[in-house]
Design a protein around this ligand. Sequence first.
Ligand code: SAH
Ligand code: SF4
Length: 344
Amino acid sequence: MTNRDRIDGLAALPREELRELLSHHSDEDSAYLFYKARAARERVYGKAVYLRGLIEFSSHCKNDCYYCGLRRSNANAARYRLSQAEILDCCAQGYALGFRTFVLQSGEDPYYHDARMAAIVLEIRQTYPDCAITLSLGERSRESLQALFDAGADRYLLRHETANAAHYARLHPPELRLSSRVECLRDLRDIGYQVGCGFMVGSPGQTIDCLLDDLAFLAEFQPDMVGIGPFLPHKETPFANERAGSVETTLFLLGIIRLLLPRVLLPATTALGTASPLGREKGLLAGANVIMPNLSPVAVRKKYMLYDGKICTGEEAAECRNCLQRRVESVGCSIVTSRGDPAR
Ligand code: SAH
Ligand code: SF4
C-alpha cells in the first residue's frame, strides 16, 4: 500500500497502516493529504471559517497538570477573576465585531460554583439569544454540567489530552485520571451538549502509539469539535526544559482528523499560531475551519499563560478581528458571522 492509498482510504484505515502513514511520509504525501482534507472540508462547510470569541475569565486553578502555566503549584502565576459584568462587557464587544459564539474558559476555579456560573450563562443567553455559549471549565459533576446546560450553555470543550492511560499519568498528578475525563465527556454528550475533545501534539512522553490511541478515541467518540495544538513548554512547570511539539506533525494530524471526521469543527489553534508565525494559516490549509480569537480584556491577557510566548496578548479585540480577516482571506477562506453549528 502506498501513502496515497492510505490517505484515500483514511476513513477505514487499520491501525498498522495508520502507524505507517504517521511514521513515514514525504512532503508530497503531506501536500496530498492537505489537498484532500481541504476538499472534504469544502464539501461540508464551503470556504467558511467560524470565529469563536474566547473569554479567559479566571486564571485560578485547583489542578496541577504538569504542562500548564496555570497549575496551582506555580506560585509566580498572576491570578485574576472577571466579574459577571466584565464578562458581559467582553460579549458586547465581541457581538459588535461579529462574533456569534462566546467561549468561556478558565482554570478549574471553585469560586465559580454552579449558582454563580449559571447566573453568568443565563445572562449571556438572555442578552444574546442568537449566539452559542461554549464552556471550557475543566471537569465538573454531571449535576453541575446539567445545571449549566439548563441555564443555556450549548457546547463544551474538554480536551481528553491523551487517550493512553499511562501517558495521561505522565502528564498529570495521580488524582487526575483519564477515566474521569472520559466519563465527563460522556456525561456532556448524554446531557445534549455539542462536545469537543482533543490533545496536545508532542507532549512529553507521547509516542506514535499514543497518537494512534487518540485517533481511535476520536473515531469512537465522534466529537463535534476537536482541538489540537503543539505542546509548548512553560518556564515555571516541571516540563520547562521539554521540547515543543512539532508544527508539521500538528498540521499532518489536522489533515488526518478532517478526513476521519469530515463534519468536525476543527480550530487552527492559538498554540499553532504561537509555534509558527503562519501556523494558523497553515492549519486552515490542512483542513481546519475555526479560529478562536481572544476577547479577554487586554489588562488580563498576559496573566492567562498556559505556555510561554502566547501570541495576541497585546491587541484589542477589534485589532485581532482585522488581522484575522486578512489572514483568513490570504488562504482563500472567508469569515462568516454565524453560530457555526456542526453540519448535520
Ligand atoms: N482548565 C480547563 C481549560 C483551560 S486549559 C481544562 O484544563 O480543560 C485548556 C487547554 O490548554 C488544555 O486542555 C490543554 O490541552 C492546553 N494547554 C495547557 N497547557 C499547555 C501547554 N503548555 N502547551 C500547549 N497547550 C496547553
Ligand atoms: Fe488547570 Fe486546565 Fe491548566 Fe490543568 S490544563 S492546570 S486544569 S488550567
